[in-house]
Design a protein around this ligand. Structure first.
Ligand code: FEO
Length: 394
């Protein structure tokens, strides 16, 4: 790891974590991640914006030493989650004169999560500024991206926005700036889907507020920096909009093949109608891929057999996740099979109250699907087609 110069007074001194495969013990990280930390050397004071995950504290401390930092005046904490705050206690010990600059809510969290003492804090509010001499930091409150205490820091003279998780991507790369926009777009969309999507309405408001700032660069705390901020701002505007696409997700699990027959037929029938379909067999699926599709798919179809008096646990897990992520999906349907009692569909419906969807007709087969069951799938495909068409998606 090494110190990376963003500008003559600004350095990225955090750590990459290419081997990490799970975040929150839940979210797959196919590209690893990074914990960016930004050192600003002003003419009067030195500040660090966010720290790193505690597993990488040695790297941050070494980078600060290599950058010639013997005195650190301010540690700006944009967000209390430990992947950015976890090394603050070590920094406070190493730099005993330093103060943590953050808002009241974040201070409260840092005191409980990391046992940082109250006297080490400087509290800031919306629009407050902090002078480093020739550089000025302005603080922009941005609650719920994605915790209630989150804020952004804006370097006034250079028009750089330090956005922490907002606009970030779990993407470990030695490239300081975005080079491959397609790759970063996918990683950022996955990040938005898994972390930010439940707060879509709040994010709309924050994007509106940011229109009042001239932003020349965005420096997030995960993934590469954006020299063309409009690339990621426009992507976010699209994701948080109410627009959906002519896409259907079929997420299914099949124990003895009956539900699979229904899922395969539905996929084929929808494709014949020029509807884009992503089908996920849940025995072998990355939930991050499903989350990405949830960002803008118009329809989700959940397919499950009945097992032990209810839906299969794999479909329960996906339904629970979709419900928690609150996507803007417009339509939903349930397909599946049973042996002697159909009791899964009502239980699946009860798992998704947050999805503001219109429930379409269901197709549930007893045992191996019959001709009638397959016709029900064909009818569902036609219904989805009509719904998409009437919504202007086709
Ligand atoms: Fe990257 Fe919410 O922490």
């Amino acid at each position: 790891m090494f110190v990376r110069e963003v500008a003559p007074y600004l350095y990225e001194v955090g750590a990459r974590d290419p081997g990490r495969r799970l975040f929150d013990e839940l979210i797959p990280l196919p590209e690893g991640t990074s914990y960016n930390s930004y050192l600003i050397k002003g003419s009067g004071k030195t500040a660090l914006i966010d720290s790193v995950d505690p597993t990488k504290s040695e790297i941050l401390l070494k980078n600060l030493k290599d950058a010639g930092v013997f005195r650190l005046d301010y540690i700006i904490s944009n967000h209390a989650e430990q992947d950015h705050s976890g090394t603050i206690p070590e920094l406070l010990e190493k730099y005993p004169d330093s103060k943590v600059v953050t808002n009241a809510k974040c201070r409260e969290f840092l005191m409980s999560l990391l046992h940082i003492k109250e006297e080490r804090f400087i509290e800031v509010k919306e629009g407050d500024t902090l002078s480093l001499g020739n550089k000025t930091l302005e603080f922009i409150m941005a609650p719920w991206v994605h915790w209630p205490e989150t804020m952004l820091t804006y370097l006034v003279e250079d028009k750089i926005l330090f956005s922490c998780d907002f606009f970030g991507s779990h993407f470990s790369t030695d490239e300081l700036f975005v080079e491959d926009e397609k790759k970063v777009y996918t990683a950022a969309k996955r990040y938005y889907a898994e972390i930010m999507m439940p707060f879509r309405k709040m994010i709309k408001g924050h994007l509106k507020k940011l229109e009042g700032y001239e932003i020349g660069m965005i420096a997030p705390s995960h993934g590469p920096l954006y020299q063309k901020p409009e690339f990621i701002i426009d992507a976010y505007k699209d994701w948080v909009s109410d627009e959906v696409r002519n896409n259907v997700i079929i997420a299914y699990v099949s124990m003895h093949g009956s539900t699979k027959i229904l899922a395969d037929r539905l996929e084929r029938k929808l494709k014949e109608k020029n509807i884009h379909v992503r089908k996920f067999n849940l025995t072998d699926s990355d939930i991050g891929e499903i989350a990405i599709e949830l960002v803008d798919s118009a329809t989700i179809v959940l397919g499950s057999p009945t097992v032990l008096t209810g839906p299969h646990p794999s479909i329960v897990s996906v339904a629970y996740l979709a419900n928690a992520l609150r996507p803007k999906t417009k339509f939903a349907a349930i397909i599946g099979s049973f042996g002697w009692a159909e009791i899964q569909s009502e239980k699946i419906k009860a798992l998704i109250p947050n999805l503001k969807v219109e429930l379409l007709s269901q197709a549930i087969a007893r045992g191996l699907p019959t001709r009638d069951d397959l016709e029900k799938i064909d009818e569902l495909a036609e219904q989805i087609y009509q719904k998409h068409k009437n919504s202007g998606l086709i």
